[in-house]
Structure formats: C-alpha cells, structure tokens
Design a protein around this ligand. Structure first.
Ligand code: SF4
Ligand code: SF4
Length: 196
C-alpha cells in the first residue's frame, strides 16, 4: 500500500473541500487509510471506472484534475461508502462537493442540464415531482401502471384518507418566492442556458 504524503505548502483542494458549506464538521478525509472498502462496495465502481478510494487519494494529493474527471459523475449518492468506512470518511460527500466545483467551473453544468426539468417541476408545483418529460422513461422502467397511478393518485389518496398532494396556489407562490430569493431560480436558468 502506498503512503500518501500530504504536501505542506499545497493543501488547497483539501481545504476547499473541508471548508465547503456541504462538508460535515466530522468529515474524516484526513483519516482516510486508503483501504479501498468504499470502492469494494460502491455500485458506481462496480459498473464504471469510478473509484471513490482513488478520488479521495487525488483530493489528498491536491490533484485538482479530479474535478474535471468524468468518472465522478458515476456516483449514485447511496452513502454505502460512508457506512463501511473504518475512518468515518464520507466519499459520497466529497464527491458531491467536487461535482459542485465542476458545476461552478461550468463543465459540470452540461452534466446536470438534462435534470433541469426537475427544477422547473419544483417551481411549478412547490414539491419535488418527476417531470412529465420523463413519464415515457418511467413507463418503460416501471410499466404501464405508472401512468394509471399518476392519473388516479388523488382518488387513491382520498380512499386512504389522505389529503391532496397538490399544494394550494398561495403555498406554491411562497415556495417560488423562497426559491427566487435563495438564488435557486437564477441558478436554474443558468443551468438551462448552458447549452445555448
Ligand atoms: S473506506 Fe474510507 S478509509 Fe477506506 S479508502 Fe474509502 S474513504 Fe478511505
Ligand atoms: S455514495 Fe457514491 S461513492 Fe459512495 S458507495 Fe454510493 S455510489 Fe459509491
């Protein structure tokens, strides 16, 4: 096993990762022993060339090229790596921070552009929901019952004694105001415009 020697004068990437708003205070990146447990259990690693152990190594070695590495987009955010890590490290969290850095740089925008419809749907309904453009895919994956469920969901909820899942207009307006003031709306427009 290779020992990682941290560079004394260049820990910018680790600093940026550990100081990121998303980083947990107890993120154990410095305690990573490069055991590879995360990679051995990672579904992304089993199907693609993504390697969480190697991603952590590159961050520790201040290798900023990891931000532009396509493989980091093959993480499913399942957090299995975190549950098995003997050092309490969280490769999933590190991955999300690196992706965010890629989005800030611009390259990552194209990776998430196809999901922008989720943002639109959130703005429109005030709750997270599968956008209509993905219904065909859902029918393909889940079967025709998916559309039946979509069309009859209000009746099913009513039979179960549950209220409507459709928010009142005033609540949707409130959510939209929050998304607007927090910068979500502006960011969504930037993502949608990245292909133009
Ligand atoms: S399981 Fe934890 S300690 Fe082992 S390589 Fe992965 S992040 Fe490092
Ligand atoms: S969260 Fe990502 S890195 Fe961790 S096990 Fe799941 S797919 Fe792999």
């Amino acid at each position: 096993m290779k020992t990682i020697k941290l560079k004394k004068d260049s820990l910018k990437l680790i600093d940026d990762v550990t100081n990121d708003l998303k980083a947990s205070p107890d993120l154990g990146i410095y305690k990573c022993v490069q055991c590879g447990m995360c990679t051995s259990i990672c579904p992304g690693a089993s199907q693609t060339d993504y390697d969480p152990r190697d991603m952590v190594r590159r961050v520790l070695e201040d290798d900023v090229t990891v931000i532009d590495d396509d493989s980091i987009w093959n993480c499913f955010s399942c957090y299995t790596c975190n549950s098995v890590c003997p050092s309490g490290n969280n490769a999933s969290e590190i991955n999300q921070i690196l992706r965010q850095m890629s989005i800030e740089k611009g390259e990552g925008m194209l990776k998430i552009e196809s999901f922008a419809a989720y943002g639109d749907s959130f703005m429109e309904l005030g709750v997270g929901s599968i956008p209509s453009k993905f219904f065909d895919v859902m029918v393909k994956d889940v079967g025709p019952d998916y559309m039946t469920l979509k069309l009859e969901i209000e009746d099913i909820r009513s039979e179960l004694g549950l209220g409507s899942y459709i928010l009142p207009e005033k609540d949707i307006d409130e959510v939209e105001a929050i998304l607007d003031n927090s910068g979500f709306k502006k960011r969504l427009e930037r993502i949608k415009g990245c292909k133009k």
